[in-house]
Design a protein around this ligand. Structure first.
Ligand code: SAM
Ligand code: DTB
Ligand code: SF4
Length: 330
């Protein structure tokens, strides 16, 4: 079975719209063909530069266009980051993602410091990921040379719905950055958010764009909107867990080898609801009591969930091993 980059919207729609239990069964079956369903990657997020972002993403508490009461902070020091990364590693995380509330990366001292952070966290044996906004190919290369494993840059929603959510940059800007990341050989982490007021067709169109990239993103985060007071989406109704399950299951079926990450939104989900997401093919979570600025289940809650469900944390760089043996499936 080879990976497909030619899924049609009609095919994706027919997968997404199946009776939900049938969809979960199909996704669980595909998941077992490609991955160990009992392994879940544990990734820790750290906001290294919080707030004050010039972009106007209507879901985001860190934008200067909204009044969420979040105090903008300076870029963390290398020491602060190393302390947090060591704690995350001791708690069983094998991946560490550093996020900055920037529109784009600039070639300045702050970027030099991020490069040092990447080197430092890499030296702990963790997969290092960054999400710093738009970047050029040269900047992506510098990050790769420093030991970066993956770069996160979400499409967030469909191209058609994009302008309803963000007007300070275009969908093409997003795709261009993903291309720069891909060209350097870094792993790509790209997914989206549901609950932004998009239609089912928007969700299907976003999955279509992701699965038709020249190569599937190695990670696909599926976020449920965390509706933060003071953002334009503060009154947005919470999405049903079945919508989360449908997104995860469809992503699993059309991008079978990718790490599908059950991302923002776990704080409001019961263990039973999360179990449905794992059954539907989620193979990764963000761990730690905070995402970037909003709450997330704490490490002990997740340890108990892993025990209850018989899940084990995935070793670092598992994807790379899988990449090497994946050829036998093609
Ligand atoms: N500034 C960079 C960028 O936008 O690419 C990196 C940080 S940004 C906070 C990373 C991602 O977090 C966004 O693309 C979005 O998918 C997600 N995100 C932000 N606020 C969110 C919210 N309230 N609920 C769910 N996901 C959110
Ligand atoms: C992703 O897809 N979700 C993460 C990570 N990539 C950077 C961020 C979620 C942020 C949720 C809102 C917050 O905590 O500020
Ligand atoms: Fe800035 Fe990223 Fe938030 Fe948009 S999502 S406002 S780019 S930090």
């Amino acid at each position: 079975m080879s990976l497909r980059n030619d899924w049609t919207k009609e095919e994706i729609e027919s997968i997404y719209s199946k009776p939900v239990l049938e969809l979960i069964y199909q996704a669980a079956t595909v998941h077992r063909q490609y991955n160990d369903p009992n392994e879940v990657q544990v990734s820790t997020l750290l906001s290294i530069k919080t707030g004050g972002c010039p972009e106007n993403c209507s879901y985001c508490p860190q934008s200067i266009h909204h009044n969420t009461g979040l105090e903008p902070e300076r870029l963390l020091s290398l020491d602060e980051v190393m302390t947090k990364a060591s704690i995350a590693s001791q708690n069983g995380s094998t991946r560490f993602c550093m996020g900055a509330a920037w529109r784009n990366v600039k070639n300045n001292k702050q970027f030099d410091r991020v490069i040092d952070m990447v080197k430092g966290v890499n030296s702990l044996g963790m997969e290092v990921c960054c999400t710093l906004g738009m970047l050029t190919k040269e900047q992506a290369e510098r990050l790769k040379d420093a030991g970066l494993h993956a770069y996160n840059h979400n499409l967030d929603t469909s191209e058609g719905h994009y302008a309803e959510i963000i007007t300070t940059r275009s969908y093409k800007d997003r795709l261009d950055t993903l291309e720069h990341v891909r060209e350097t050989g870094l792993n790509v982490c790209s997914g989206g958010i549901i609950g932004l007021g998009e239609t089912k067709e928007d969700r299907i169109t976003m999955l279509h764009t992701l699965s038709n990239l020249p190569k599937h993103p190695e990670s696909v985060p599926v976020n449920a909107l965390v509706a933060v007071k003071g953002t334009p989406l503060e009154n947005q109704e919470r999405v049903s867990v079945w919508e989360m399950v449908r997104m995860i299951a469809t992503a699993r079926i059309i991008m079978p080898k990718s790490q599908v990450r059950l991302s923002a939104g776990r704080q409001e989900m019961s263990v039973t609801e999360q179990a449905f997401c794992f059954m539907a093919g989620a193979s990764s979570i963000f761990a730690g009591e905070k995402l970037l600025t909003t709450p997330n289940p704490d490490v002990n809650q997740d340890k108990m969930m892993f025990e209850l469900l018989g899940l084990k944390p995935m070793a670092a760089f598992k994807g790379q091993e899988r990449e090497a043996c994946a050829t036998e499936f093609n």
